[in-house]
Ligand binder design. Sequence first.
Ligand code: SF4
Length: 340
Amino acid sequence: MDYQYLADLSLVGDTPSRDQCRAVLNSADKELLSLINAAYRVRHHYFGNVVHIQVLTNAKSGLCQEDCHYCSQSRISQAEIERYPLMSKENLLKEAKRAKQLKAKRYCMALSGRNPSDKEIERLCDIIRAIKQEVGISVCCSLGFLSEEQAKRLRAAGLDRVNHNLNTSQRFHPQICTTHTYQDRVDTITRCRGAGLEICSGGIVGQGETDDDIVDLLMAVREIGADSIPINFLVPIKGTPFEDRGHDLNPRRCLKILCLARFLNPDREIRVAGGREYHLRTLQPLAFYAANSIFVTGYLTTPGQSAHEAWQMISDLGFEMEVEGMTDGEESKRSAHLIA
Ligand code: SF4
C-alpha cells in the first residue's frame, strides 16, 4: 500500500476509497512508520507541529436516564462514580482559570443527561459569559440534545463550540444505545451549526464495531463538517455493559485509526481523547504525528495524564502548544519582551 499516495489524495481534498480505508486499518505493523509518516505530512501541512490542549470538567455527573452502554453515568451503569447536579458558577470559573494556567486553548464543560433543562441553560449562559469576560478562553460544552432556541441562547452568551459525538456508525448505533437514535444526534448537530456554533463530533472505538463502522463514522464526521473530531478509545469501566469490550485495541491499532482519521479529515482538529493513556500507553507520543489535540488531567469519570507530563511529551517531540492563538515559543518571547 502506498500511504504517500493517500496523503496526496488527502492534501488535494479527495476522499480515499473504502478499500483504501480498510487497508489502512488492516495494515501490517511493520508498515506503521511509513503510514505515520504519510499522515504526518497531511497533519504538518495544516497544523505544522502545533498541539492544542483542552481541559474538561464533568460539570454535572451521573443521574442520566439514557442507556449508552459505554457510559458510567447511564441509568443502567453500576459503576461507582460521583453523582452531582450542575456545579456552581464559582467552582466552574475556578476550573476555567485552572485550565488557562495549564495552557489549555479551550475549556470544556460536560453535563450528563439526555438534554439540559431551560433553567440549566440559563445558569450555563451566565457561567459562559463570566468565563469569557474573566478568563478569556475558548469554551466548549457537551450538553446532550439541544433545541434551536437553546443553541441560539448559548451562542449569544459566547459559547464557541458544542461537543456532540456521533459515537459510531449509524448501522452500529442501536448496539450501543436504545434510548435515542443516531439521527437524533445528527439533528442536534444540525441545529447547533445553524445557531452559529462550531461543532466537535467524533466517536468511540473498541465497542465491538467492525472496520466498516469505523470508516463510516470517520466519513460521517467529515460530511457533517465537524471542526473538531475527538477519537475516544473505549475504557471498559467496571459496572457498565461494555466492561468487557475494548480488547481489539492495542497501541498500533489506535495509531492506524488516528492516521485514517487524518486522511479522511485532513484540515480538522483531531483529538486523541478518552483512553489515550490506557490504550496507547508508551506509544502516546507517536499519536501527535497524526492528531493535533489532546485532553489533559482527565476525562468525565476517568483520570488522565497530568498537564506537566503532557507538556514534557510535546516538548520532547519538538512540537509546540498553541496558547491564546500563539505557540508557546512565541508566547515565551512575548512574555520576555513584556518583562524587559
Ligand atoms: S453518554 Fe451522555 S446521554 Fe449517554 S448515558 Fe452518558 S451521560 Fe447519558
